[in-house]
Design a protein around this ligand. Structure first.
Ligand code: PSU
Ligand code: MN
Length: 316
């Protein structure tokens, strides 16, 4: 039975607990990108580099995952290794999968949706990822819409990303976000970035050029009782940008392969990312790592400003 007081218990790492208790900034990081988005050993190297980046920016990292049926925010090195092992067969957990993993005491990596749920329960408001899930191409017949979107509509966490993954229908993804009232903020950009590509043909109307302004928007939204997430779109750094028309061919190829192989459901996104990495001889993999790092830096800045803002407001 769901009651108004129902809560998801989250086991916090000590440094995360201390930071939250004293109002210091914390940045949530997801684990599906580690288990399913990047190959071994790039995944574990990246996971550790992301945590270092948060620390160097003056915040505390909280990588989120489910281990032995326990939702955790802040993982030890050993726990990160469990998630990253190539043969570990770690489940990909979105909202619908959480109850199963918790009750069956399983391990699982959390998607954007599940990471948002656990972050909110832990009291973490800022979360960095690579690209969010969205409306898949052909959704009008295959119904494939990532659970990341309804989560952004309901859960009070800001997600810093490099746009929807390029394999998606970006226009339809933006329509969904508009319908469900999710502010989409372009950080120093006027069009929705497309993951590997810094720009797309889809304009963003809300542009903010500094992290402090983004923190203020988040604070204002939640203070005003406007529930739900905020999506911050941060374009891939210029040195790694692969223009959209170049990626289009590769993506079409990968999509055709997936169709031939009958891949659907939650296996589709990891399959496409791996296929695109093969087809670009690793160029997309370097781009993927670079864009996540870039998002983590921005998320850290936003988290620091939000913490300052809240401290200032709480003074009598
Ligand atoms: N960003 C990346 N790589 C990833 C993902 C995001 O750079 O692998 C993951 C996220 O966890 C996101 C998930 O929530 O892909 C979306 O999966 P699906 O399309 O099945 O909802
Ligand atoms: Mn899907």
């Amino acid at each position: 039975m769901t009651t108004a007081t129902a809560t998801l218990d989250v086991k916090l790492a000590e440094e995360v607990r201390d930071a939250l208790a004293s109002g210091r900034p914390v940045v949530a990081l997801e684990s599906t990108i580690i288990a399913h988005g990047l190959p071994y050993p790039d995944n574990i190297q990246t996971a550790k580099a992301l945590e270092d980046r948060v620390r160097n920016g003056g915040a505390v990292p909280a990588t989120i995952a489910v281990l032995d049926g326990i939702a955790k925010a802040g993982l030890s090195t050993e726990e990160l290794d469990v998630i990253a092992q190539p043969a570990a067969n770690i489940a990909k957990l979105s909202r619908r999968d959480l109850a199963f993993a918790l009750s069956q005491k399983r391990h699982g990596a959390t998607t954007v949706a599940a990471t948002m749920i656990i972050a909110e329960a832990a009291g973490i408001e800022i979360f960095a990822t690579g690209g969010i899930g969205g409306v898949h191409r052909g959704a009008e017949t295959n119904f494939d819409i990532s659970a990341d979107l309804p989560e952004l509509a309901r859960t009070n966490v800001a997600v810093i990303c490099a746009g929807p993954k390029a394999i998606l229908d970006i226009g339809l993804t933006m329509e969904y976000l508009e319908t469900y009232g999710v502010p989409v903020i372009g950080y120093r950009c006027d069009s929705m970035p497309a993951f590997y590509s810094a720009r797309s043909a889809h304009p963003i109307e809300m542009r903010l050029d500094d992290a402090e302004a983004i923190a203020r928007l988040c604070w204002q939204k939640w203070h005003a009782g406007l529930d739900g997430g905020v999506l911050v779109a941060n374009p891939i750094p210029p040195a790694f940008d692969i223009p959209y028309h170049e990626m289009a061919v590769v993506i079409e190829d990968a999509l055709a392969k997936a169709q031939d192989a009958g891949i659907s459901g939650k296996a589709l996104t990891p399959f496409l990312l791996a296929e695109i990495s093969n087809l670009t001889h690793g160029e997309s993999l370097s781009a993927n790592k670079a864009l996540v790092e870039n998002n983590v830096s921005l998320a850290t800045e936003i988290a620091c400003h939000l913490a300052e803002l809240k401290q200032a407001r709480s003074k009598p």
